[in-house]
Design a protein around this ligand. Structure first.
Ligand code: SF4
Length: 119
């Protein structure tokens, strides 16, 4: 099977062509082309086998301000919407400092959501 992807690792945005097979329900990448560097291969493999994303968004404080947050590491792409729903309900006490943990182990992903701004 074949899949076209745009590499998002750097601004060059290489158009990748990924060839893969599915054996016993597992995706096995057999060839990647169009990549300008090796990171494109790593990205293509991850995107086809277990896609992940870092989420950046905001949450509200109890004083009704907003503060920027992000996942401290990428999380499974299929959990993105659920994570956004959880964060939409979060109300955090001020003050908040960069690096503060806002939600620990969000949805059991093992990844914390941390503040990226002070308020
Ligand atoms: S393949 Fe390499 S050069 Fe191309 S977008 Fe990805 S990281 Fe950048």
């Amino acid at each position: 099977m074949k899949r076209e992807l745009t590499c998002i690792v750097c601004p060059r945005g290489c158009a990748l062509t990924v060839e893969y097979e599915v054996v016993d329900g597992k995706v096995n990448v057999t060839q990647v082309s169009g990549n300008g560097c090796k990171r494109g291969i790593t990205y293509a493999e991850a995107e086809c086998v277990a896609p992940v994303r870092t989420i950046t968004t905001t949450v509200r404080t109890t004083a009704d301000h907003v503060v920027a947050v992000k996942t401290a590491a990428p999380i499974p792409k299929e959990k993105m919407m659920e994570v956004m729903e959880v964060l939409a309900r979060v109300r955090v006490e001020e003050p908040v400092r960069i690096g503060d943990t806002i939600v620990e182990d969000i949805l059991g992903t093992g990844v914390n959501v941390v503040a990226t701004a002070n308020i």
